[in-house]
Write a protein of this length. Structure first.
Lengths: 204, 96
């Protein structure tokens, strides 16, 4: 009798979780995105070393223009790669668990992530428009962190802590203008890797 | 009330228990989604859902999306109360 009761309770818990949270999220996705972030950040730091490019008072010389262009391209490439790894490992995990990937919960979590990310993206475009490069890394970290905190109720609630850390790093970055890439590399590289490892060990 | 009589017979089946659990934490859930979550056949889900509907534990909505019919489920207040009582009983039994 007790066995049946505890099975019933486990069944209830699992059904509630499966139906309301996106549990296919893989730790490997975080590690993949983190490695991309780390490598990208280091490349960007190497490119910009010795220049005061990321300070507000950037001179729009020809060289500066090309460097900014390259950094934007590098950032876009990193974003695509991170999304690719994120999707790849998560789809693989959902297949392994025998879970459907495209469900109402998936749609909900994507919408919750997209709202802060879209707003953040437009905000960063405005910063670029006015050459306010020094604020970009802070802004990306803050809006990304807000997106994670926002999506927390539809997946493992651990991502909330990652979100808060990203927000804190982003805010710090706003007050250490010129060190933006350093904070960016910690936030998108190191934190993702640490978080990915924790998630992987906890749920895989 | 004895322990046995406190258990709701309606929730004895795994499928019904699963349906109620899903509906406790979601708003409207459609047939296909429910079927995939519980991993049951169409007929199995249909018969259990009509039993729950008969008890007024769930509300069933049938509508057309384009040309396809779509059935969705939602828990009623009565269903919520019944399920919570059932859950409380299960937990109480675990403690004994």
């Amino acid at each position: 009798m007790n066995q049946k009761v505890s099975d019933d309770l486990a069944h209830i818990r699992s059904m509630m979780e499966r139906s309301s949270r996106f549990i296919s999220l893989s730790g490997l996705s975080g590690i993949g995105a983190g490695v991309v972030g780390l490598v990208t950040g280091l490349i960007a730091m190497y490119w910009t070393s010795g220049s005061d490019m990321l300070l507000e008072k950037v001179r729009m010389s020809v060289g500066a223009g090309i460097l900014i262009q390259n950094l934007i391209l590098l950032g876009a490439l990193a974003l695509l790669l991170a999304i690719f790894f994120g999707c790849f490992f998560t789809i693989r995990k959902s297949k392994k668990l025998g879970l459907q990937i495209w469900t109402a919960t998936t749609k909900k979590i994507l919408v919750q992530l997209a709202i802060p990310l879209m707003v953040g993206g437009i905000f960063v475009l405005a910063l670029l428009q006015y050459n306010l490069y020094g604020l970009i890394s802070g802004a990306t970290l803050i809006f990304y962190g807000l997106a994670l905190v926002n999506a927390e109720k539809y997946t493992y609630s651990d991502i909330k802590y990652l979100g808060f850390l990203e927000i804190i790093l982003g805010i710090l970055s706003l007050f250490f203008i010129g060190k933006g890439l350093f904070f960016w590399t910690i936030g998108f590289g190191l934190l993702h890797i640490i978080y990915g490892v924790i998630l992987y060990r906890k749920y895989q | 009330m004895s322990i046995i009589s406190g258990l709701n017979k309606e929730f004895e089946s795994r499928v019904r228990l699963g349906m109620m659990s899903v509906l406790m934490v979601n708003d409207w859930v459609d047939f296909t989604e429910m079927k995939n979550l519980l991993q049951v056949t169409d007929g199995n889900l249909a018969s259990h859902s009509s039993a729950l509907e008969k008890n007024n534990y769930i509300e069933v909505k049938k509508e057309f999306v384009g040309k396809k019919p779509r059935t969705s489920y939602k828990i009623t207040n009565m269903g919520k109360k019944a399920f919570q009582e059932h859950l409380a009983f299960l937990e109480k039994m675990m403690k004994q």
